[in-house]
Design a protein around this ligand. Structure first.
Ligand code: NAP
Length: 415
């Protein structure tokens, strides 16, 4: 077993491994956990209590998570003098599944963002964000229950690849001169310039993951969301590769929207997965006007970033928005929100986003029954109108409770 400087390996746990291309999950898996900065301290404590209780109630001691604290952000800086210690990345890599709280991005720490660095270092190419409504949560739309989507956002390329040059620099001048001289463009010399790479490799693995997920969960459709009418060789390329993956790797299981009308007269054959595509701007209307026509969404990085927040707003906002960054095997489960410093250590923030990320993690482990138990208990807690401040301000007649009390209520409501 690996030796670490500050990480203590729990004696009663075993690491998750990969066997014959599949995760092998022991009954007491070691799960690295980054508590996170700011509100991370409150929400991670609450989350661990809820997850432990659900696993205990579901498997009665036969299964248990052996949490292993690993460090990033402020705590890591205190311990190691580094924001993202190598042993943290190594521990997550070798234990495969991890849970993470939000991290402050150090100003002048040499990082674009700790989160982006982690995704890149571990090649976590799919950002997976399920968005669904819990009954009773305030929403700006009339039928929030109609939205139930899982967004697969490409995590490693697009304009997020970090290839850009500042206006006026020697580098940007070189790029602009080269483009204007050799490529027949007329980029203004007072421009900043960024590059938007979309590759076959990046798109193929993302779309493949989205389709596999939809098939496994018996979901009705995968929608490729792109802006290919304008950016033909990047976003349009994403769409083309997406269809190619669907119709070559999953031919017997899928029907494209074109085939649906050409061959099946608009009537979806039973047991098949529909593959369709939508232009990004139209998709923002669709999720508001016809949300129930969408299920799994696969999209490049920037569209996915915008779309997942817009969808989260329809179901009650950031406090209810879970997520995960997943590679071929490694899964780093985390909420989509940040450290909300003004609420740090006040025991007021909504822990549901990290709790629901942990529900995704349990599902990833194949412990979906424990996850379902948590979801039901959250629903029951909201039904009883005992909620944190963010939900309280959108609900009539509710009682406002703190983070730790909310976790206690969820545990009580587990049945
Ligand atoms: P933020 O931390 O996401 O918070 C913005 C607002 O969202 C909060 O003030 C609060 O709104 C609401 N909110 C966030 N989490 C909530 C929760 N669990 N329950 C209820 N409401 C919640 O965004 P920020 O203030 O822009 O960013 C702060 C720091 O976090 C920055 O250093 C940023 O770099 C970092 N960050 C980290 C991650 C990550 O680790 N994945 C992601 C994003 C940002 P109200 O004030 O309206 O109540």
């Amino acid at each position: 077993m690996a030796k670490y400087k500050h990480i203590k390996i729990p004696a009663d746990g075993k690491p998750i491994t990969v066997k014959k291309g599949k995760l092998s999950i022991p009954n007491f898996p070691i799960i690295p956990v980054i508590e996170g900065d700011g509100i991370g301290r409150d929400i991670m404590k609450a989350t661990r209590r809820v997850v432990d209780a659900a696993v205990e109630k579901t498997y009665q001691g036969k299964r248990r998570i052996a949490w292993m604290d690993v460090y990033a952000g402020e705590k890591a800086f205190e311990l190691y003098g580094e924001w993202l210690p190598k042993e943290t990345v190594a521990a997550i890599r070798s234990h495969i599944v991890a849970l993470k709280g939000p991290l402050t991005t150090p100003i002048g720490g040499g990082f674009r963002s700790l989160n982006v660095s982690m995704r890149q270092l571990m090649n976590l190419y799919a950002c997976v964000r399920p968005v669904k409504w819990f009954r009773g949560v305030g929403s700006p739309v009339t039928h929030p229950e109609k939205l139930n989507v899982v967004i697969f956002r490409e995590n490693t390329e697009d304009v997020y690849a970090g290839i850009e040059w500042k206006k006026g620099t020697k580098e940007v001048k070189k790029v602009i001169n080269w483009l204007n001289k050799n490529m027949g463009t007329s980029v203004r010399t007072d421009s900043g310039v960024g590059v938007k790479p979309i590759s076959v490799t990046g798109t193929r693995r993302l779309v493949r993951k989205a389709i596999k997920y939809a098939i496994e969960k018996k979901l009705p459709s995968v929608t490729l969301v792109h802006k290919g009418n304008i950016m033909k060789y990047t976003e349009g390329f994403f769409k083309d590769i997406g269809y190619k993956v669907a119709t070559t790797e999953f031919r017997s299981k899928v029907v494209t929207e074109e085939e649906l009308w050409d061959k099946y007269n608009g009537k979806m054959p039973k047991g098949k997965l529909l593959i369709k595509d939508r232009i990004a701007d139209s998709m923002f209307q669709q999720v508001l006007l016809r949300p129930d026509e969408y299920s799994v969404v696969a999209t490049p990085n920037l569209n996915g970033d915008y779309l997942s927040d817009a969808c989260a707003a329809q179901v009650g906002g950031l406090g209810m928005a879970p997520g995960a960054n997943i590679g071929d095997y490694i899964g780093l489960f985390e909420a989509t929100h940040g450290t909300a410093p003004k609420y740090a250590d006040k025991d007021v923030i909504n822990p549901s986003s990290v709790i629901l990320s942990a529900v995704m993690m349990l599902d990833y482990l194949g412990w979906g029954k424990a996850g379902e138990r948590i979801e039901k208990a959250i629903q029951k807690t909201i039904d009883k109108k005992t909620v944190t401040y963010d939900l309280h301000r959108q609900m009539k007649g509710a009682r406002k409770i703190g983070t730790s009390e909310f976790a206690t209520q969820i545990i009580k409501n587990m049945g």
